[in-house]
Design a protein around this ligand. Structure first.
Ligand SMILES: [Zn+2]
Length: 298
């Protein structure tokens, strides 16, 4: 059931609390009606097919899956991810490092296409970048480019209503997810810093929590951001003895016990560890010697 969270702005909760493969959506009723991240609840979204603009936080399936309900809507996404809506190869390049096994890439992409009940091939009408304003009539949104989860991930700020749509900066207890090749632990951390400039009355997250009251935002943001450093510290502590990348992945710093239970989690765990090693290397805290990562005391 959609809930009007401000005049003509409707929160559409995702099925299964907006857990994957669903997300939370927003519908905006205005001269140019718009839907943000249409992958919440097909039946509910179908009631809002007058949307003429689909605004996407990023290219992931669980934010675009029900685009097909809006065949006449223009599609808008950050310029760095526009190709990923139309071209399967662009999706592969954003998700996987080039050296990952082709068979793994193919099986993953086939699974995603099944989940989407179709392949890629969306035509993007508009691209945006950081600071752009989308004017829908009475209601306007500002684009906040928040890379890290993906390279073109964006949050949306409603300045007049002081509402923040935070997409996959979802403030969950799991913490930030940066498991694509185009992700970055460092950028994610910096994007969370960037959000401190806002004092929202209400935050709409892309998954699970859904609506977060403004007074709870900062404490949830602090905890969420801190988890990146907790993971980093676990990796550093493990380097009391040199370790290969695979040995660090084995620690399950991100997924914990779930990593052993589900082999499909290993590739994103590995990518997230790689992003940590890149950032630690940049900070001069680790080195790589004879095939092993070592800790360097500052
Ligand atoms: Zn995502």
């Amino acid at each position: 059931m959609a809930e009007e969270i401000a005049k003509n702005i409707f929160f559409i909760p995702g099925r299964r609390k907006g857990g994957y493969p669903f997300c939370n959506s927003i519908f905006i009723q205005d001269r140019l009606s718009a839907i943000i991240d249409p992958a919440s609840n097909r039946a509910e979204l179908a009631l809002h097919q007058d949307a003429k603009l689909a605004i996407l936080s990023h290219f992931h399936n669980d934010h675009i899956r029900d685009l097909k309900l809006f065949p006449d809507a223009q599609i808008a996404i950050h310029e760095k991810e526009a190709l990923a809506l139309s071209d399967r190869n662009a999706v592969v390049e954003l998700i996987f490092f080039p050296e990952e096994p082709q068979a793994e890439k193919d099986s993953w992409m086939a699974r995603k296409a099944r989940e989407m009940k179709g392949a890629w091939g969306w035509k993007v009408s508009r691209t945006f970048q950081d600071g752009d304003e989308l004017n829908l009539g009475e209601i306007k949104l500002k684009v906040i480019h928040t890379p890290g989860h993906t390279i073109g991930h964006c949050c949306f700020w409603f300045p007049d209503q002081e509402i923040l749509f935070s997409a996959d900066i979802d403030l969950t207890g799991f913490g930030p997810w940066y498991g694509n090749a185009c992700s970055s632990a460092e950028d994610f951390y910096c994007s969370l810093e960037k959000l401190r400039a806002y004092q929202p009355k209400l935050v709409v997250t892309g998954h699970e929590l859904g609506l977060v009251q403004g007074e709870d935002f900062l404490s949830k943001l602090n905890r969420y951001q801190g988890l990146i450093l907790v993971r980093e510290q676990k990796i550093l502590d493990s380097l009391a003895s040199p370790k290969s990348l695979e040995e660090i992945v084995d620690l399950g710093v991100i997924y914990g016990e779930f990593l052993k239970q589900s082999p499909s989690l290993r590739p994103p765990e590995r990518r997230m560890v790689i992003h940590h090693m890149r950032w630690l290397d940049k900070k001069g805290l680790v080195g790589f010697d004879a095939g092993k990562w070592i800790s360097i005391k500052p």
